[in-house]
Design a binder for this molecule. Structure first.
Ligand code: SER
Length: 317
């Protein structure tokens, strides 16, 4: 499928489940001085996640233009860009984990046709000190949907020294499986909403030897390994907490904040480990090669990303 087909399929899928499709907000956030550029689909949704009524209702989806300057040093590998399109859907105090996980699995496996055996997920391990519970509920739902697809999904606590351990669902701590605009629970300012998240990964498979040919070859591979074998294709945030002076309290409503990079979904759907070899970048990469001659792959990727990002930033002013 092409990127246009995947964007349309995603929006149609969620429209079919009662969501209103809204246009992307500007790349330069309005009334939000926290960042120079919109870095996630949830940023324009913040006040609705905190409880204000959204004019289009409780179920929203979109494709949001995003720019993450914090990822700029990562650009050059097979999957990072500064500018990207984030496909997003939100439940503003409506459905929660059960619907979100089942729908995402259905979208990935039935609409995009991804083979369930190559999908892995992560969940929040919990933090006793912060009184934030372990997300066993999401694990139960993931196990159910994998079981329906004929897969017994073993859940394991991730530990670097143990690698995959035959697991399909991995518990990670808040450095990986907590989401707020500002990072981990400790990094959040008072009044900031956040929540545990469950990320989904596409496995390009061990036969490509991506890990073995990477700088991480001497470490055990796992779904969050930086080698590029596993590609994070979406993040289900269960945004139900607010940081307060006395710790975390529950928001007035339980929200879902899903975001998935369109470019990465295209790469997974095409089973193409290099997002710069998908239709999103093909024309640009050909032109750069034509003009620059023989240059390193990573340099081509940097040119492609920065040219695209700079163009979209300029168009957004
Ligand atoms: N806000 C989450 C993210 O950016 C999910 O939309 O990953």
């Amino acid at each position: 499928m092409t990127s246009d087909e995947i964007r349309k399929a995603y929006l149609d899928f969620f429209k079919g489940r009662g969501h209103v499709i809204v246009p992307s907000e500007s790349l330069v956030p309005e009334n939000d001085p926290t960042t120079l550029f919109t870095g996630s689909g949830m940023q324009p949704m913040l006040r609705y996640l905190l409880g204000e009524s959204h004019p289009s209702g409780k179920r929203i989806c979109d494709s949001q233009k995003c720019f993450r300057a914090q990822d700029i040093e990562e650009v050059g590998d097979n999957r990072h860009t500064t500018f990207f399109e984030m496909l997003g859907n939100w439940s503003l105090g409506d459905y929660f984990k059960k619907e979100q996980i089942s729908w995402m699995f259905e979208f990935l496996t039935k609409v995009l046709g991804l083979y369930p055996g190559n999908i892995y997920v992560s969940v929040f391990r919990g933090n006793e000190k912060l009184k934030l519970p372990r997300d066993d509920e999401s694990v139960g739902i993931w196990q159910e949907v994998f079981k329906e697809a004929g897969i017994k999904a073993k859940a394991v606590d991730f530990a670097e020294k143990n690698g995959m351990q035959g697991g399909r669902i991995f518990y990670y701590d808040e450095r990986k499986n907590w989401w707020s605009r500002t990072g981990t629970p400790e990094e959040m300012p008072l009044g900031e909403p956040g929540g545990p998240d469950s990320e989904m990964f596409w496995d390009f498979g061990d036969e490509l030897n991506i890990h073995e040919n990477s700088p991480y070859k001497d470490k055990l591979c796992h779904i969050n390994c930086d080698c590029g074998r596993f590609l994070e294709i979406g993040n289900n945030v269960f945004m139900e907490y607010l940081k307060t002076e006395s710790g975390f309290s529950l928001l007035p409503q339980k929200n879902v904040d899903f975001g998935g990079g369109l470019e990465r979904m295209v790469a997974a759907q095409n089973n193409q480990p290099d997002i710069f070899k998908t239709d999103v970048f093909n024309d640009l990469v050909s032109k750069i090669r034509e003009l620059a001659g023989e240059i390193e792959v990573s340099a081509v990727r940097v040119f492609a990303d920065h040219l695209r990002a700079a163009s979209v930033c300029l168009l957004s002013l």
